[in-house]
Design a binder for this molecule. Structure first.
Ligand SMILES: [Zn+2]
Ligand SMILES: [Zn+2]
Length: 303
């Protein structure tokens, strides 16, 4: 099971009822924070899933609405008693930006490990998720992230019986560890059925539409895209500011054959983004607007 929570859904500047866009990702009690604008720590407190279990911070880019909350977040993590390293991932410029932000949060009881990611794309793992970073089109270095949670193939009791494996050893094999029976080592793959589909979701904000979004969101269970402008007449502004209309995000979800689209990162020009939702749903019906505090759980499909 994979849980997501939209801590904030605003772009540019926070509003009284809308914090800046940040996503909390949780898998089996371990967490990742994706983007950290001003005040993100308030959303984490409100959610109650904890600070200390956050192993990694992923940053899309270095506009203030995505990273100005980092010093406060780092201090909150310290206050929560974290001593294990915190990994911070982000595009070109990460070292310079984090060094600058840490001028006001210099003393921390845990190490910070920075991972400046190449703009051409890269892969890494965190909290059991396989993550691919890919380039977006925002006028400055900006990355999208595609997440995949693999699922172990199903255990096959018939194969285990045929190999005379005692029942008390089945659990070990089910957890992916080899066992030795009558002097022979048996691999988990010898007692498994075929591959099983895992869970995937893709996050891209802030950006114009790109081929990289399409390829990294192909067939995804959930696509999360920016919904900076709902109004149809804002296309020139969207192009100028390297953002997207609802309609453009919906077209990406349709073309990527995503199962579901959630829009976030709304302009302050929209008091109620839902008002403009039909501009997206007429292109891709499975579209929703995120709201602050909205949680989504993604489960492995049956069986
Ligand atoms: Zn932004
Ligand atoms: Zn931006």
């Amino acid at each position: 099971m994979l849980d997501l929570c939209f801590l904030g859904t605003g772009g540019s500047i926070p509003m009284p009822n809308r914090a800046l866009a940040s996503l909390y990702i949780r898998v089996d009690g371990q967490s990742i924070l994706l983007d950290c604008g001003e005040g993100t720590q308030i959303g984490i407190m409100r959610l109650g899933w904890g600070f200390r279990c956050i192993d990694a911070l992923l940053l899309t880019h270095f506009h203030a609405d995505h990273c100005s909350g980092v010093p406060g977040f780092l201090l909150a993590l310290a206050k929560a008693g974290r001593e294990e390293p915190l990994h911070i991932y982000g595009p070109h410029g990460l070292q310079r930006v984090i060094d600058g932000l840490r001028v006001i949060a210099p003393q921390l009881p845990y190490p910070i490990l920075l991972h400046e990611l190449p703009m051409a794309g890269s892969s890494f793992s965190a909290i059991g998720l396989d993550i691919q970073a890919f380039p977006l089109d925002h006028g400055i270095p900006c990355l999208g992230y595609a997440f995949h949670l693999n699922r172990m193939p199903e255990f096959d009791p018939c194969k285990a019986r045929a190999l005379h494996i005692p029942i008390e050893m089945w659990k070990v094999l089910q957890h992916g560890t080899s066992v030795v029976v009558n002097g022979r080592s048996i691999l988990p793959s010898e007692v498994q059925k075929g591959e099983r589909r895992g869970i995937s979701f893709t996050y891209a904000s802030d950006t114009r539409p790109t081929e990289s979004i399409l390829s990294h969101a192909f067939n995804t269970d959930l696509l999360i895209l920016e919904g900076m402008y709902g109004e149809e007449d804002k296309l020139p502004l969207a192009i100028k500011n390297h953002h997207m209309l609802f309609r453009e995000s919906a077209a990406l979800a349709r073309d990527a054959q995503a199962a579901r689209l959630i829009l976030t990162h709304f302009s302050t020009s929209m008091e109620t983004p839902e008002e403009y939702l039909p501009n997206a749903t007429e292109i891709f019906p499975s579209t929703e607007c995120a709201t602050d505090g909205m949680c989504v759980s993604l489960s492995f499909p049956d069986p």
